[in-house]
Design a binder for this molecule. Structure first.
Ligand code: T4K
Length: 342
């Protein structure tokens, strides 16, 4: 029997929650462990500039992902920027149209033109055939996004990159803890960039990391992250300040210690949503690939307005009125937002 949206108690009646239910409320980890680390930072007065917590965080990430190098940065947007620069991206770079604006902005800041490309209807990641069609003589690379933690068609994109001598960079902002064909995301392409923003499965308040197996690339990234300093007085490149602070790394390490627990809670929440919404005409929760490790951090609901008999924006208004802070991601579409629209 078909169910309809009105059957769902959580959408109707008295407000279910006195306080707003923050979709994406940050994971905190063990407070005592974090405060102990903060104590150490204050005791040693080593606050930033690649201190011991940043080193430990980089080692943990590299080990979990299974790569040789991890370069921690202040946030993923900066990570994408210095990765684009270190990889020599220029001219045009292919990006999916369905992504957070940071993917395109990171290129635009480097005076690189993001060329928006269609995505696969099922996985919501770059459609390799559409990538081929978007290539021009000015294309220097592909910046693919593992949207909502779902791996791109890594093999097809790598084949295109090889054939056309392009760089392949992955925006893995959503994908820490996710896998693809027996390997963890983080080890594909020339490099991958994670976000450890407050709303991510592992958070550093603000933070990010670039992972790669390429030692020369990692060395360039380390230079670019620190103003281009190769030694105390030796500036060898036009770098930027993309460093991660010790307190961010302390949060990241604490967060990593509870990763399994966060994922277990996410998995349970996703199952509850799936059960509650199952069989409702016009609503689809984006499927994940259950053969792969997943962080289950995002529950994405697609609304077919005609079949559901209610629009996405109406559903949002109802949820918000019930203090459930669901959001439209990404609205407007990146290619329809400024400065790209005009
Ligand atoms: N590439 C992709 C594909 C990305 O999605 C992102 C970022 C990036 C690159 C760049 O990564 P970073 O440079 O940020 O490391 C968020 C985040 O700001 C952003 O990191 C994220 N993607 C993007 C998809 O979403 P909003 O606008 O959703 O965040 P906000 O503030 O509305 O928070 C969402 C919910 O979380 C709210 O219900 C409130 C709650 N919340 C949030 C924060 C920050 C809290 O309870 N406490 C908090 O501290 O942007």
């Amino acid at each position: 029997m078909k169910r309809h949206l009105g059957d769902l108690a959580i959408f109707g009646g008295e407000p279910a929650f006195a306080e707003p239910q923050h979709v994406g409320r940050p994971n905190l980890g063990d407070r005592a462990r974090f405060l102990e680390r903060v104590g150490r930072i204050l005791d040693t007065r080593c606050l930033t500039n690649n201190g011991p917590f940043v080193h430990a965080f980089e080692e943990r990430i590299a080990a979990l992902v299974g790569v040789r190098h991890c370069v921690a940065v202040g946030n993923a947007t900066l990570g994408l920027e210095i990765a684009a620069r270190a990889l020599g991206l220029a001219g045009e770079v292919i990006v999916p149209a369905q992504t957070f604006v940071a993917t395109a902005h990171a290129l635009h800041w480097q005076r690189i033109t993001p060329v928006f490309c269609d995505i696969d209807r099922d996985t919501l990641t770059l459609d390799p055939a559409a990538v081929e069609r978007a290539l021009t003589p000015r294309t220097t690379g592909i910046l693919a996004v593992h949207l909502w933690g779902r791996a791109c068609d890594v093999e097809a994109l790598a084949a295109i990159a090889r054939r056309h001598r392009l760089r392949l960079l992955f925006d893995a902002a959503h994908a820490f803890g996710c896998g693809h064909r027996g390997r963890m995301i983080g080890g594909f392409g020339d490099a991958e960039v994670f976000s450890f923003h407050a709303t991510k499965v592992v958070n550093c308040f603000e933070g990010g990391a670039i992972t790669t197996d390429d030692g020369d690339l990692a060395a360039s990234l380390r230079l670019l992250r620190n103003f281009g300093f190769a030694g105390l007085d030796d500036v060898v490149a036009c770098g930027i300040n993309a460093k991660m602070s010790e307190i961010s790394a302390a949060m990241g390490l604490t967060s990593l210690e509870s990763l399994d627990e966060f994922i277990a809670v996410n998995r349970r929440n996703e199952r509850l949503y799936r059960e509650a919404l199952a069989g409702i005409d016009g609503l689809r929760i984006l499927p994940g690939d259950d053969r792969e490790p997943r962080n289950h951090q995002y529950v994405v609901l697609e609304v077919d307005e005609e079949r559901a008999g209610i629009g996405r924006d109406q559903i949002l208004r109802v949820l918000n009125a019930e203090n459930v802070l669901a959001r439209r991601y990404f609205h407007p579409g990146c290619h329809r937002a400024e400065p790209y629209r005009s």
